[in-house]
Design a binder for this molecule. Structure first.
Ligand code: FAD
Length: 391
């Protein structure tokens, strides 16, 4: 225990010394440093913070040092998270490889796969995108149809993926493909790693009404992938995918701790309460929101402790994803209502930067309740797997 307290004090000192003050402010979407071959730093402080954390292995404090991680046990890795959060440190690197693929490779990957991919991820030089959803396979993911037929020691992939976030910026994609068309649908799926520069891969950005979009469609036309890129075995991809989605939900439920752009509800509300006539109804709604948010934060800490104690938190991770994303959405809904017509600001100088940010965040908050499995799907999972209710 004394050891842990000493580690906490050292971590706090190190972060205070190395994290530039500008990297301790809430992050906006444009300020996120996405890793990979197209990495770009908007400021020198971003670069300094990125490089310090990379050298220390703290992009992934809990991964083994041989793969570029910090080599810390769960309790110490958690302390790094807590101290970063206490100081308001931004995540130095954003990468699906770090939050989702990495933990899955540690569990299911071959030694060669770990060496080939975990090290570039912990160096920030390889960015990953996720190829799960298809036009008729979103919530019902197991219905996916993109085919992968074995030819010698390769898979030949044909089909397409949709809603691939930043597919145009990813160096690699982890994808689900169908390798057995006869089997029960969950049993014919394989989890495979695809180099986005491979011949036959075409990426088309999807335009959205907002003008800004990270979404892409990805098409596969006789794309050849070595069998060595299969993770967890042929036709065994469903278990790997379930494990990955668990990590995705855990990552999304951590967004409140400064991992994603967000606003302090009280700070924003104070600016508009006077205009709204300081009505008790606003104060009531705001107080309820802040209490829910505090309760969530405490529950989040409890679940994190359970994970450190190696208890199964796969059920709670669905609950946390559901509650966090719904709370985030409720927060922006309340702020938009409180701001009245000022909440309609989208672009142009008639509205302040904050007003434009809030209206964009309001739309974005709704997407979080869909990505990583929609709220309705989380409720189904909670009903069946956590509460044991009949299907
Ligand atoms: C911001 C964002 C980023 C994303 N990034 C990626 C990505 O990088 N890679 C990727 O592969 N996918 C990505 N997605 C896609 C996402 O995984 C799917 O949108 C999601 O799984 C829902 O699938 P769908 O859009 O096909 O909707 P559908 O499955 O068609 O669902 C439509 C509606 O019906 C409801 N519904 C469906 N089935 C049930 C049921 N059994 N019970 C109750 N309600 C049900 C859903 O909750 C939803 O409200 C992203 C989505 C968003 C919004």
């Amino acid at each position: 225990m004394a050891d842990l307290e000493q580690f906490r004090a050292e971590t706090r000192r190190w972060l205070e010394e190395h994290c530039p003050p500008s990297m301790r402010k809430p992050i906006t979407a444009d300020e996120m440093v996405w890793a990979g071959t197209q990495i770009a730093f908007a400021t020198e402080d971003q670069r300094v913070w990125f490089e310090c954390m990379r050298e220390r292995g703290w992009f992934a404090p809990g991964w083994p040092a041989e793969y570029g991680g910090g080599g810390l046990d769960r309790a110490r890795a958690r302390i790094v998270d807590e101290e970063m959060s206490r100081l308001g440190c931004r995540q130095p690197q954003y990468n699906l490889g770090l939050w989702m693929l990495g933990p899955v490779l540690l569990e299911y990957g071959t030694e060669a796969q770990k060496r080939e991919h975990l090290v570039p991820i912990t160096q920030g030089s390889q960015r990953w995108c996720q190829g799960f959803s298809e036009p008729n396979a979103g919530s019902d993911l197991a219905s996916l149809k993109t085919s992968a037929r074995q030819q010698g020691d390769e898979l030949v992939i044909n089909g397409s993926k949709i809603w691939t976030s930043y597919g145009d910026k990813g160096d690699w994609m982890y994808a689900l493909v169908r390798t057995d068309f006869e089997a029960v649908k969950q049993e014919g799926i394989t989890f495979v790693l695809i180099d986005m520069r491979a011949k036959g891969v075409t990426v088309k950005p999807i335009e959205l009404i907002s003008g800004k979009s990270s979404f892409c469609e990805v098409f596969f036309d006789d794309v050849r992938v070595p069998l060595a890129n299969v993770v967890g075995g042929l036709n065994k991809g469903w278990s790997v995918a379930k494990s990955l989605l668990k990590h995705e939900r855990a990552a999304m439920s951590k967004f409140t701790e400064g991992g994603a752009p967000s606003h302090d509800a009280l700070e924003v509300a104070r600016l508009y309460l006077a205009d709204a006539g300081e009505a008790p109804v606003w104060r009531d709604r705001l107080a309820a929101l802040l209490m829910d948010s505090h309760a969530f934060s405490l529950t989040h800490q409890r679940v994190a402790e359970q994970a450190i104690a190696r208890e199964d938190v796969s059920g709670p991770s669905s609950i946390m994803k559901l509650v966090q994303t719904e709370q985030e959405s409720a927060k922006y809904e309340l702020l938009m209502q409180l701001m009245g017509h000022r909440g309609l600001g989208w672009e142009g100088d008639a509205f302040s930067g904050l007003e434009r940010e809030i209206s964009h965040s309001w739309t974005l908050s709704k997407t979080y309740t869909i990505s990583g499995g929609s709220s309705e799907i989380q409720l189904n999972i909670i009903a069946r797997r956590v509460l044991g209710l009949p299907a």
